[in-house]
Ligand binder design. Structure first.
Ligand SMILES: Nc1ncnc2c1ncn2[C@@H]1O[C@H](COP(=O)(O)OP(=O)(O)OP(=O)(O)O)[C@@H](O)[C@H]1O
Ligand SMILES: C[C@H](N)[C@@H](CCCCCC(=O)O)NC(=O)O
Length: 205
């Protein structure tokens, strides 16, 4: 099973969440792998990719000899959408995938930014769900502004008949005063307390 992790924007907790999903699925007995096909803003080394690789190695010994370049095949230095930061060689991504996929039961694939971030003229971040035949998990950051972001993502995904599982990443408790009175109608799950429910939903869907 492949799961593509996206978010309502950059810096909303995709890596943070993916680290927790690696641990939770691993403790359920699955061999878990992770990749970030494209990381931008890479100075010396891909920071998100390194966190993912270290976490995977804690639980999955099949990844012992896997390197950062295997799980982050495309690395660009400009911190921007891939469309802007440089060319993306999809063959390289495919080859990395072929190497990693046999090492795990569940592969968590982290995007960059949100679902419509452009990669090139014909390919945007959400298109990775077709490329990898992956389920979509959407992280929604809890800050002011998330209601509009959530509704836009929901509208786009439902209009395009893309099913998704989502949860709120709580940065602080102000969410309960400023956003939850509206959001509660959607019965949100939270990364901080609902990982078991989230993983069960992802396994079922
Ligand atoms: N719930 C949280 N509590 C505290 N810190 C958090 C939380 N969620 C994320 N962070 C921190 O916020 C920063 C951004 O999170 P993260 O890197 O996971 O975002 P991202 O969505 O993966 O970003 P990108 O689009 O760059 O991949 C990181 O420093 C991370 O440790
Ligand atoms: C530089 C960021 N951290 C991120 C790219 C975010 C692109 C956002 C583009 C946009 O929506 O305007 N890169 C990454 O996750 O590898």
């Amino acid at each position: 099973m492949n799961i593509f992790i996206s978010a309502n924007n950059t810096d909303k907790g995709k890596t943070y969440t993916t680290l927790k999903l690696i641990e939770t699925f691993s403790k359920l007995g699955y061999k878990v792998g992770a990749m970030k096909p494209i990381e931008t803003g890479v100075k010396e080394k891909p920071i998100d990719g390194e966190k993912l690789l270290n976490q995977v190695k804690k639980f999955n010994k099949n990844f012992e000899n896997i390197t950062i370049n295997d799980i982050v095949p495309i690395q660009h230095s400009l911190p921007a959408a891939p469309y802007v930061s440089g060319e993306v060689d999809f063959e390289k991504i495919k080859n990395a995938y072929k190497k990693i996929k046999p090492l795990c039961d569940i592969l968590l694939i982290e995007g960059a930014g949100g679902i419509l971030v452009p990669i090139n003229k014909n390919f945007k971040m959400i298109d990775f769900i077709y490329f990898f035949n992956a389920k979509l998990f959407l992280v929604i950051g809890s800050n002011l502004g998330m209601i509009n972001d959530f509704l836009l993502n929901k509208f786009y995904l439902e209009t395009n008949k893309i099913s998704f599982t989502w949860a709120i990443n709580l940065f602080d408790n102000s969410y309960f005063e400023i956003s939850h009175p509206f959001m509660k109608q959607f019965n949100p799950l939270f990364i901080q307390k609902d990982l078991d429910k989230i993983t069960q939903k992802l396994l079922k869907k």
